[in-house]
Design a protein around this ligand. Structure first.
Ligand code: ZN
Length: 476
């Protein structure tokens, strides 16, 4: 057990996820493709909160919420409705946020994660819908900036809030939960995790003997683990000095990697929640069976199928199901090439080359992968040659055949190797006699000389065998 577990660390998460693959906002028809747009260009009277405007609920957002809830094993509520959460802040033009409070759309789910203690069941308290507030923009850092700008392009973007029970026991488990959740959301095709602000995490954290503090503003997966680790050390030090951890909200400063006290926490009472009178209550549980039937294959199920259907290793199956595009790529290649060989080339070679260049699997075609593995299997190119082709394609393009010709990657013919072996034996008489005198290392030198003569395109184990044969036959 880690020190953190002994301390009685308790972590619960509130994860805000933008349904950023939808076409429009939660209550108006403004588009969601605002990321590269000038500020306040994706707005209308509804999302600017102008008097007299009325919201119209986006049906696709409700369906996406049900999709996520079902994938997280939640129950869809028979009756659901929106509430107003009242508070004043410049990012909120209406003076309230439309969210869910009593009667969220779904409750009581779970997500299984892998931890060092085996599989862990993290309970989901609820998944509910709400609107994203606008965005406050500062020049430089928040404490140095002379002014605050407000951009309402984000105001009204459909958000899901996924609230866990306090079931995580270490920052590492929290990170695993978040990774697994992201993976699931990407399989559901409702969410692009690469877009700025796509996911924001608030974490509740406490140690045995202390009250919980809430850390807000964690905007990345790595950030979550760092923020939580910092907060554990901070709380541990407070307790060690005989102090008391106060219940408060803390802000995670991503640049400095520290959490800073923001304010004592409001109680829910302060928000004066009441039902949103402009939106009718809904009964959408009837939609669930149809949506459930059309859920795509989810990562855990896909991993199990890959293990059974293709007989690949657990590690390979795990890596291939981290990304739905990668899984599809593998299945395309495995239709033509032995699945075990396919998995090994894709996971052990290709993904490393992609990560190194910060590229996604979309940057490489399955056809090229198939062609390269075929060239390797039929002995036209060496393993190194295959890697060179992959790198060349990623760095600038070309087809495998073109690259083989251009870079002279085709393995040299056997007779060329044979003559190189004979030449080396003749030219390196000293090394040959050292070898005959019992110095095994001299053989490595001879192999090296043959490789040099063939410009590295011969197969070293074969060269070795051939050298041994020639040396043995000369002995007689
Ligand atoms: Zn709008």
């Amino acid at each position: 057990m880690s020190a953190e577990t002994e301390d009685g660390v308790i972590i619960g998460l509130e994860v805000h996820v933008q349904l950023n693959k939808l076409h429009s906002k939660l209550f108006c028809s403004c588009g969601l493709d605002y990321h590269n747009a000038p500020p306040n260009t994706h707005t209308c009277p509804v999302c600017l909160g102008l008097p007299g405007s009325l919201p119209v609920l986006n049906k696709s957002a409700v369906k996406s919420a049900i999709k996520v809830a079902l994938a997280l094993n939640c129950k869809i509520a028979p009756h659901t409705q929106f509430y107003r959460k009242n508070y004043y802040y410049p990012d909120l033009p209406k003076g309230f946020q439309v969210t869910q409070y009593d009667y969220p759309i779904s409750v009581n789910g779970y997500l299984e994660i892998e931890s060092d203690q085996g599989s862990r069941h993290i309970r989901i308290n609820r998944v509910h819908m709400e609107e994203d507030p606008g965005r406050l923009v500062h020049e430089g850092t928040i404490d140095r900036s002379k002014f605050t700008l407000v951009d309402y392009n984000r105001a009204g973007v459909p958000l899901l809030e996924i609230v866990t029970e306090p079931d995580m026991r270490s920052p590492k488990e929290a990170r695993r939960f978040l990774n697994k959740l992201r993976n699931l959301l990407e399989y559901l095709d409702i969410f692009d995790s690469d877009l700025d602000g796509a996911i924001r995490v608030d974490a509740n954290i406490s140690l045995a003997g202390g009250v919980r503090a809430e850390v807000k503003n964690i905007s990345s997966y790595k950030g979550a683990e760092r923020a939580l680790s910092f907060e554990i050390v901070r709380q541990r030090n407070v307790l060690r000095r005989g102090g008391v951890v106060v219940q408060e909200t803390r802000h995670f400063d991503e640049l400095r990697g520290v959490t800073v006290s923001m304010r004592t926490k409001e109680t829910e009472h302060d928000y004066r929640y009441f039902p949103e009178p402009d939106l009718v209550p809904m009964q959408v549980a009837d939609w669930a069976p149809e949506i459930k039937k059309n859920l795509p294959e989810l990562p855990d199920a896909q991993k199990t199928r890959f293990l059974e259907e293709y007989g690949i290793t657990e590690n390979h199956a795990q890596s291939l199901t981290l990304d739905p595009m990668l899984a599809r790529f593998f299945e395309d290649v495995a239709r033509e090439i032995d699945p075990k060989i396919s998995a090994s080339w894709i996971v052990d070679v290709l993904t490393g080359e992609l990560n190194y260049r910060d590229l996604e699997i979309g940057a490489f075609s399955a056809e090229n992968m198939i062609e390269i593995i075929k060239l390797f299997i039929d002995g036209t190119i060496t393993e190194r040659g295959a890697i060179t082709i992959i790198r060349t394609i990623l760095d600038g393009g070309g087809t495998p055949a073109e690259i083989v010709a251009e870079k002279e990657l085709a393995k040299v013919k056997t007779d060329v190797v044979t003559s190189a072996v004979l030449e080396v034996i003749e030219e390196c008489a000293d090394a040959v006699s050292d070898y005959r005198g019992g110095e095994g290392k001299a053989l490595n030198y001879l192999v090296g000389q043959v490789m040099k003569k063939t410009q590295g395109r011969a197969d070293p184990p074969k060269v070795r065998t051939q050298l041994l044969e020639e040396l043995a036959s000369e002995d007689q």
